[in-house]
Design a binder for this molecule. Structure first.
Ligand code: ADP
Ligand code: ASP
Ligand code: MG
Length: 411
């Protein structure tokens, strides 16, 4: 008998019939003798619908009010799932984030969880109840409702699993595990039996939305056993594991991630003098805009070009700041390009295999994909390319690194 925290995503609770299927599944786990805490997302499409509704009133709503609005989606599914469990004679109770007291900081729309009081939930569990908690939301010290960023129900589940010392945190979704790349882009993508936290962290931060980045960070920090599984079919899913042990599939590359949410800014003809990078990026950082890939060309005639990427939602703010800097620095011109994408290959095997970069660049050159920028870390290589070539790039890299086919055969 184990204590399981199970999270069901938007598609898994997308309509009343699917909520009933989730209730059947939870009831089966209970019948097998397990204690179950369930975290649910809003019905698929609901969070977007609520955001559109807000914007139809005011293009830039106050973040506090946005959180008040979008948190309602999860409240609906928790209550419906509890009702479906009652119908099956399973005692259950639904709670929203503030009732559990999922305490967060005050950063509306991207709040971080600071503390969870597990006592109340423990009491319910001890009395034989299934607890159903609204994902994606919490409450700040002043009692304001906060939300945890898109995909945040994953983080709610992992944080609850940590607070309750659960035996496993199970993320049920519309794919049956973590794949070598998004199976919607590459149909020959392969499910991984296991993946290390380090790799999962890198995949999530490079754009694979199968798990929210913060959920993986949290699970790593508190050593929460984490598994991604399908809501719709039985199977072992993918285990996210701490150890890089010998029986682990140890290919050079574990997977390929991509991100369409980037935009590129280039300042042309900047004087090539000390301090220029700071003068360009300093004001961007002060405006709380996160900079991702950076490239500075070799100077010529005392001038150079400076390029960096930001998230697309920050492009307009970054552009306004840079227009000011261009004038101040006496640079020639500012160019922006939002039709770019980032493709990353990720794998701990990179540490012991040379030539990964060369293999990557060869594969891209063979299909005529031009690399605009490159960035590397110990277990990742990312390239910025034209957005139109994204799918072609992902597929050719998937083949070049032998990711399809039988598990564990690639070097
Ligand atoms: P949920 O609503 O259950 O949280 P998400 O849409 O957030 O589901 O995440 C699941 C989706 O993640 C899949 O449908 C898939 O398209 C996408 N995805 C991206 N990269 C991967 C990957 N490497 N492995 C599996 N799924 C991935
Ligand atoms: N409903 C929220 C979203 O769509 C949170 C989640 O599903 O994890 O982002
Ligand atoms: Mg998700």
């Amino acid at each position: 008998m184990a204590l399981l925290v199970q999270k069901y995503g938007g598609t898994s609770v997308g309509c009343p019939e699917r909520i009933e299927r989730v209730a059947d599944k939870v009831a089966r786990f209970r019948a097998d003798g397990h204690d179950v805490v369930v975290v649910v997302s809003a019905m698929s499409g609901e969070t977007n619908r609520l955001l559109d509704l807000a914007r139809s009133i005011e293009p830039h709503p106050q973040p506090r009010e946005l959180d008040m609005l979008v948190s309602t989606g999860e409240q609906v599914t928790t209550a419906l799932l509890s009702m479906a469990l009652h119908k099956r004679q399973v005692p259950a109770r639904s709670y929203n984030g503030s009732q559990v007291r999922i305490l967060t900081d005050t950063a509306h729309t991207k709040a971080r969880i600071q503390h969870i009081d597990g006592h109340k939930l423990r009491a319910d569990i001890d009395q034989g109840r299934v607890v159903v908690v609204a994902g994606f939301q919490g409450v700040d010290p002043d009692g304001n409702i906060t939300t945890l960023g898109r995909g945040g129900s994953d983080t709610t589940a992992v944080a609850l699993a940590a607070a309750l010392s659960a035996d496993e945190c199970q993320i049920y979704t519309d794919v049956d595990g973590v794949y070598t790349t998004d199976p919607r882009i590459e149909s020959s993508a392969r499910r991984l039996e296991k993946i290390t936290f380090e790799e999962m962290l890198e995949l999530a931060s490079m754009g694979s939305k199968v798990l929210q980045l913060r959920a993986v960070e949290f699970a790593g920090k508190y050593a929460v056993p984490l598994r991604v599984l399908s809501s719709f079919e039985e199977g072992p899913g993918t285990l996210i594991t701490m150890d890089e042990d010998a029986d682990m599939e140890a290919p050079t590359i574990a997977g390929i991630a991509f991100n369409r949410d980037e935009a590129k800014l280039t300042v042309l003809g900047v004087p090539d003098t000390p301090g220029v990078a700071y003068e360009i990026l300093g004001p961007v950082g002060e405006a709380n805009i996160e900079v991702d890939v950076i490239l500075q060309n070799t100077g010529e005639d005392g001038h150079t070009d400076f390029t960096f990427t930001v998230s697309r939602s920050d492009l307009n703010d970054a552009r306004a700041i840079l227009e000011h800097s261009v004038a101040q620095l006496g640079a020639k011109e500012l160019r922006v390009d939002s039709k770019i994408a980032k493709v990353s290959v990720v794998g701990v095997g990179m540490r012991s295999h040379a030539n990964v970069a060369a293999r990557m660049f060869k594969a891209l050159s063979e299909v005529g994909v031009n690399i605009q920028m490159i960035s590397t870390s110990e277990i990742k290589i990312s390239v910025i390319i034209e957005e139109n070539y994204l799918e072609l790039a992902v597929r050719s890299l998937h083949t070049a690194f032998g990711l399809e086919g039988d598990a564990g055969v690639q070097q």
